[in-house]
Design a protein around this ligand. Structure first.
Ligand SMILES: [Zn+2]
Length: 153
């Protein structure tokens, strides 16, 4: 972990270039951002809302919870920010990531299988788009529009 201590910088908008070891916090936009603490240079953006991350201020220090897991980045680093200290958490090793991906794939396959099963059970009930009535309806609409315009004039 390259960054062991992070300092907070309260800003309205994030700067174009982040400085390593700075946690930019925009309370206005409820977002924090920093360069990945491993030193890989990736920007890590953490929305600050109850569903995402919570920022806790204690004196001059800040804490972010839950942990920050950068498994979408090559480094796959995982750490906590507790009172400005970067605390390394357990790495998301390939086996664990693979397990999550396998589960996602299985869920997707189940979903597709269920959808297909439904389609097989009721092949004849698929609604045939009523082409002619739609045309007639639109023609009626046009006539109505024409009449409305005609009546207004
Ligand atoms: Zn990194």
């Amino acid at each position: 972990m390259k960054t062991k201590t992070i300092r907070s910088a309260f800003v309205t908008q994030f700067p174009a270039v982040f400085e390593q070891g700075v946690l930019y916090i925009s309370e206005e936009f409820e977002t924090a951002g920093h360069l990945c603490c491993c030193g890989c240079g990736e920007k890590v953006i953490t929305p600050l809302n109850p569903a995402k991350w919570r920022l806790r201020k204690e004196g001059d220090t800040v804490s972010l919870s839950p942990s920050i897991g950068n498994w979408n980045y090559a480094c796959k680093s995982h750490y906590f920010i507790i009172k400005n200290q970067v605390v390394e958490a357990g790495q998301f090793d390939d086996r664990r990531i693979a397990a999550v991906q396998r589960r996602d794939k299985r869920d997707m396959e189940h979903y597709v299988a269920r959808s297909n099963a439904k389609a097989v059970h009721s092949p004849a009930k698929a609604p045939v788009p009523p082409v002619k009535p739609v045309l007639e309806k639109s023609l009626v609409c046009e006539v109505m529009e024409f009449l409305k315009k005609w009546l207004r004039n």
